[in-house]
Design a protein. Sequence first.
Length: 549
Amino acid sequence: MEADHVIVGAGSAGSALAFRLAEAGRSVIVVEYGGSDRGPFIQMPGALSYPMNMARYDWGFVSEPEPGLGGRRIPVPRGKVIGGSSSINGMVYVRGHARDFDHWAEAGAAGWAFADVLPYFKRMEHAHGVPDPAWRGTAGPLHVTRGRRDNPLFHAFVEAGRSAGYGVTEDYNGARQEGFGPMEATIWQGRRWSAANAYLKPALRRPNCRLLRGLARRVVIREGRAVGVEVESGGRVEVIASRSDVILCASSINTPKLLMLSGIGPGAHLQAMGLPVVADRPGVGANLQDHLEVYVQFAARRPITLYRYWNLLGKAYVGLRWLLTRSGPGASNQFESAGFIRSAAGIDYPDIQFHFLPLAVRYDGKAVAAGHGFQAHVGPMRSKSRGSVTLRSPRPEDAPVIRFNYMSHPDDWAEFRACLRLAREIFAQPPMAAHVARELQPGPAAETDAELDAFVRDHAESAYHPCGTARMGARDDPGAVVDPECRVVGVEGLRVADSSVFPRITNGNLNAPSIMVGEKAADHVLGRRPLPPENLEPWIHPDWRRSQR
């Protein structure tokens, strides 16, 4: 078996790449270990907590014990299914702030500033109900919608932000991210609109694109060039040959693992694993970043939350209504209002994100409050802590070693305290205070720095946004793994295109920028001139140096 391009991973970026390469007439084989995304657990937005906890759909990774979190091991869900993590995520759609991508360019990713990537965001999206089409795409394959916000709590949260002195934004993915407003999601006609639905399935309808199920064991490299991928499928091991490029889109966890299994990575580590060193690249597996968050939870005064459905009959009603009509609570991820604020004066763009949810429950669906309640997920956007992904063994079937080093930088603690105190201030505003019966967590006993730190240590959870483990940079940067055209430095015919290449984590959820990487990488693979830059100027608070809001 051979093709012009072999893509490893049918996730967010890999699906976009397959679509664009096949559209251009190239032959493509997509290697994916996971299987079908059929069934209500993935396709029903309201069931989002189920697939990320099902071994059928999730790789089941966990971190090593995290010293900054009291030795807790943190789950690291990654999609093991077509669509990858876009098939098991919360469907929240956030491009990131313009300044994020300008930082990428400043860090050596030339051609990836906001002006450069904006055309690709516009090419990929079909944004519904947005106020300014100059900033948004309206004809792409990825449907982006807003929830109905029928529950009054969604409006109360935005109005509480306004009451606290923050701005309101009609489109945080447009000119202005900062402020409170409606949240966007990859949901279309009541169904999860994953990268599989948007990109991969249309690509597979072409005769020049094929999906191969199997475990990618290593990239086959001969005389310094990637020529194929060794795949185990149905008890057989075979090499899938590439005539042009092998492109790794296997996630920020599995991509560095595959690179190292192929002899590309920190030389001493590879030697310790008994692997030959093809290219000594110390940046492989380094620079691991994530968003941590806590859930600030409150008991509700009135029974208007989703808790009314948190019983056997309620769940049956939600599921049946969705199956019959694609409507009702099951047709939403229930993240329908959001906030992006700055934690202090002197910070030029938001560094705190809020997801509001009209239910007091963990992201994985566990530990629901015993009664009506609501919560905001809140956490810092740009932690200075860095972790790593390394090999546990030279066996492809073994999970890698994941160490985030959460909370290892002293600034992380101060930032989380600010998150908690600012969140409490917002919920104390009249529009939300009218709905608050009492604070559930952190709880009224947590006031001092030490008490808030203890709460974070015991309760902070990953927002499931790992990235950065094969970062993009200049070819002469010893820490860079890929150059600005996504080519692996030191090996010909090999590229990486997924969240691994992010030099620094973006503001918000990572599905949108991951798809954008796949879109832009496709033009590099095809040898096309990138889309012309669009020099739109994002909104920055005019008095950001002196004012926090």
